[in-house]
Design a protein around this ligand. Structure first.
Ligand code: CA
Length: 226
């Protein structure tokens, strides 16, 4: 899962980034509204955490412009103001939820999770491809009923592939959805991660039941037949 944090207070922005990364999320940070808007329309995010008071373009305007552009990524608005009218204005601008500062990180996390699971995004919490299942709430992966231990990055990679089951995903698709902007991931790294994932998912499984396929010259795919 990939999150965009738009917050001009570096300390807050960096602590949110650190906290979310510990949960296995990929996080990009923008320090002003314009930069946030530009990233939001060009990259793939599950959720945007958007501060209200921002230089260049405030959070309300960023949100309004995104909705006008047809970008419907869920937005969690952060603000120092707790007034009812600000809250209403934020929601009217197209924000999906609202969190007054200061907040507890656990609450921020719970709200981001709730937004990322909203059914309107078609986001399921338990994904299945044949006898492989992945529970995105409890971070549990099973194949043929047996638990599989994955690193957080492997989990994110598998989640992305399973959400797109049957589709051929290029290494670029994978890099853009699983890693953040600054990660500087090379296609070779994707090969290594897919290789490790394959060992865990398809190890000891009959050839005909192997789930992760390499589509030569294009990328990878999970499920959906050969
Ligand atoms: Ca601010």
């Amino acid at each position: 899962m990939r999150v965009l944090v738009v917050e001009d207070e570096h300390k807050i922005a960096n602590s949110i980034k650190k906290g979310l990364e510990q949960e296995g999320w990929a996080v990009d940070v923008a320090y002003d509204g314009q930069e946030g808007f530009d990233l939001a329309i060009s990259e793939n995010y599950e959720v945007i955490v958007l501060d209200l008071m921002l230089p260049k373009m405030d959070g309300m305007e960023v949100c309004k412009k995104l909705r006008e552009k047809g970008v419907h990524i869920p937005v969690l608005m952060l603000t120092a103001k707790g007034r009812v009218e600000d809250r209403v204005e934020g929601l009217n601008a197209g924000a999906d939820d609202y969190l007054p500062k200061p907040f507890a990180f656990t609450e921020l996390l719970a709200r981001i999770r709730a937004l990322s699971r909203r059914p309107k995004n078609g986001v399921k919490t338990v994904l299945e491809v044949e006898d492989l299942s992945l529970d995105t709430i409890n971070y549990e992966t099973k194949r043929k009923g047996k638990k599989i231990k994955l690193s957080k990055k492997e989990f994110s990679l598998l989640e992305y592939m399973m959400r797109n089951k049957g589709r051929v995903l290029s290494k670029d698709n994978i890099i853009n959805s699983v890693w953040d902007y600054e990660a500087n991931i090379l296609p070779n790294t994707v090969e290594v991660f897919v290789g490790n994932l394959r060992k865990k998912i398809d190890k000891g499984i009959k050839r005909s039941e192997k789930l992760i396929q390499t589509v030569r010259g294009f990328g990878y795919k999970i499920g959906g037949g050969k």
